[in-house]
Design a protein around this ligand. Structure first.
Ligand SMILES: [Fe+2]
Length: 196
């Protein structure tokens, strides 16, 4: 091993994935965040049901590895997500969802374990979904908001890779939501159009 490779190791440019769990092994460069029901206020349709549930219930956890500073052009970030199974009334536990701040930036999601749906919405609010199952690999096109719902009985585990200058725009979703919601209807996930 030459000197340059040793330097690379020292600054933490080599990470390890536990592919069974779909998680990055803890490391000082891996940032972990948790989203609880209380932190997702306004995201689910039935807020009344949501408020009667324990607000500390974990809905999802995220790990992000940013090997270069946020906003750097031409590099990528890597992340993992674990979404717990559960529902708020008939709506599946899901992520907040976002557009990229640079709208034309794209992303890959790949499901390690579980069952779910990738919910996508373009800037005209047209909303559609792709079924997610172990091994499915999804390309999120430019100018499209994205969120993931867990439609199964076990934690949904996925990995993600996105450009380091993409950024996140959560506000548009917080204000207007997606054009449809993924609800459990007669035991099956159904995308139901909505005004919000
Ligand atoms: Fe994204």
């Amino acid at each position: 091993m030459n000197k340059e490779q040793v330097t690379n190791l020292e600054v933490g440019r080599i990470m390890r994935m536990d592919w069974k769990k779909g998680l990055l092994l803890p490391n000082a460069e891996v940032r972990e965040t948790v989203k609880t029901l209380g932190q997702l206020e306004g995201i689910f349709l039935n807020e009344d049901t949501g408020r009667t549930m324990d607000q500390n219930t974990v809905v999802y956890r995220v790990q992000a590895w940013r090997p270069v500073p946020e906003g750097t052009e031409g590099a990528q970030f890597w992340g993992t997500m674990v979404i717990e199974p559960g529902q708020v009334n008939s709506e599946y536990f899901m992520t907040h969802g976002h557009f990229h701040r640079k709208r034309n930036r794209t992303e890959f999601y790949s499901l390690i374990k579980g069952e779910g749906a990738l919910i996508l919405m373009d800037e005209t609010r047209k909303t559609w979904m792709e079924a997610m199952s172990a091994g499915s690999l999804h390309f999120i096109p430019p100018n499209v908001a994205h969120r993931v719902a867990n439609t199964g009985q076990e934690p949904l585990r996925l990995v993600a890779c996105w450009p380091s200058d993409a950024g996140h725009d959560y506000d548009a979703i917080r204000q207007f939501g997606f054009g449809a919601r993924l609800l459990r209807v007669n035991g099956k996930p159904s995308l139901i159009r909505s005004e919000n």
